[in-house]
Ligand binder design. Structure first.
Ligand code: EZ4
Ligand code: CO
Length: 402
């Protein structure tokens, strides 16, 4: 089962996606997501110029070997561009393996560990009232777990809250938008938001919150402690995790569960966090952490330390990643939750898929392989459009984590 052709498809049905499509000599196709928000073309070039020539003629069944060939073979280890490109190959090979075995991929992973995969959605508002309303709307749609973000009064910008309401979309067309950030008002306001949400929705709804890497460890410790009465499902990315030791300080001060890892690209970003039990949920994604092969290994390590999975699932991860994440989440024993930001109708049309949502949970479906495809003709009618994630500055102009 040799790889015959490999094609890199860049499209922008509302936002940019990079997709790798492999075809074997016996005509089996496999798709992989290679989208890296704001740096899409770097991955597309990496694949086209440096990886595609290595794939042609290689045995599509040797998934583990291929992963090590691409990871060790590059010599220059890690890095988001490299790991995203490797992930695309890995996803496509698992897709092919499922089709060749006539099984959905989750069955190759040992079968379902649960009936479906609980997902959480995003509710946001410019005021507490709007956020309450958004949470209520998502609850009506069936979600049992909801992430709440709200603008801090008196502050110009907030992470996850679009101006004028509507859907939140991380990247914007054109050059990067500059936003401002102030820590102290945020730390004072956020407990008020969750106090209100708990009073409105009672104790059972799972409430989540994304700090988006904006605090220092002692500030995150303070936020976690102040949120304890509202028993969040998790506090996400409280600090930038380059400093894994920083989580010790947070952990000493609060029982608010911690989720981290959407920007991680290998196990080396989190093994200390896992082994010292400094986090509760690992958010590494199939696409940015090198594919299903390494993500399953990370999950198995995490399982030993009572850390569960909570994969990143924003709209900048294509439906191919969503499908892969669902096969992964359905099968690994220590699944926790999966993020779900629904794609636009246009995106869903470009990427027809077998996965579905019902009662706050998703299922990858029973189609063989990953159960997702790309409509190349339709994709071609949405050419790439330059877009960037925003950057953040403090009010004195200092660059801050966005
Ligand atoms: O800002 O995916 O939890 N979700 C997130 C996302 C990220 C984007 C970055 O591309 O933090 O919305
Ligand atoms: Co996040």
């Amino acid at each position: 089962m040799r790889i015959d052709t490999a094609k890199v498809i860049v499209c922008s049905p509302g936002r940019n996606f990079v997709t790798l499509k492999l075809v074997t000599e016996d005509g089996i196709t496999g798709v992989g997501d290679a989208t890296l928000n704001g740096r899409e073309l770097a991955v597309a070039t990496y694949l086209t110029d440096h990886i595609v020539p290595l794939l042609i003629g290689r045995d599509a069944r040797r998934i583990e070997d291929m992963w090590h060939y691409l990871y060790k073979g590059v010599y220059w280890r890690k890095g988001a561009v490299t790991m995203t490109a490797i992930a695309a190959v890995d996803m496509a090979l698992w897709d092919i393996a499922g089709k060749a075995a006539n099984m959905p991929v989750y069955r190759l992973f040992g079968g379902a560990s649960r009936d479906s995969v609980m997902v959480y959605s995003h509710a946001n508002g410019e005021t507490i009232e709007q956020t309450v309303e958004a949470v209520a709307q998502h609850q009506k749609l069936g979600y049992r777990a909801i992430r709440a973000q709200c603008a801090t009064p008196g502050q110009k910008d907030a992470y996850g809250v679009p101006k004028g309401g509507g859907r939140y979309e991380p990247a914007e067309r054109g050059l990067p938008k500059e936003t401002t950030w102030a820590t102290e008002p945020y730390l004072q306001f956020t407990p008020l938001l969750f106090d209100r949400l708990r009073r409105e929705f009672g104790p059972d709804l799972h409430l989540l919150h994304d700090v988006h890497h904006r605090l220092r460890p002692i500030e995150a410790a303070r936020l976690g402690a102040s949120l304890e009465p509202f028993h969040l499902f998790w506090m996400e990315d409280p600090v930038p995790a380059e400093l894994q030791e920083g989580f010790r300080l947070i952990r000493q001060h609060t029982t608010t569960p911690i989720a981290v890892g959407e920007v991680f690209d290998t196990i080396y970003d989190s093994y200390r966090l896992i082994q010292e039990q400094l986090i509760d949920y690992l958010r590494a994604s199939v696409v940015h952490a090198g594919g299903l092969t390494p993500l399953r290994k990370m999950a198995h390590l995490a399982e030993l330390y009572h850390v569960r999975t909570g994969c990143h699932g924003a709209t900048d991860l294509s439906p191919v990643t969503m499908a892969a994440a669902l096969h992964f989440g359905l099968s690994v024993h220590n699944f926790g939750i999966q993020e779900h930001m629904p794609h636009t109708e246009t995106t869903d049309k470009v990427f027809p898929h077998a996965y579905s949502f019902a009662d706050g949970a998703m299922h990858p479906g029973e189609r063989v392989g990953l159960g997702v495809d790309i409509d190349e003709t339709l994709a071609a009618s949405y050419p790439y459009q330059r877009a960037y994630l925003p950057v953040a500055r403090l009010d004195d102009g200092t660059v801050h984590s966005w």
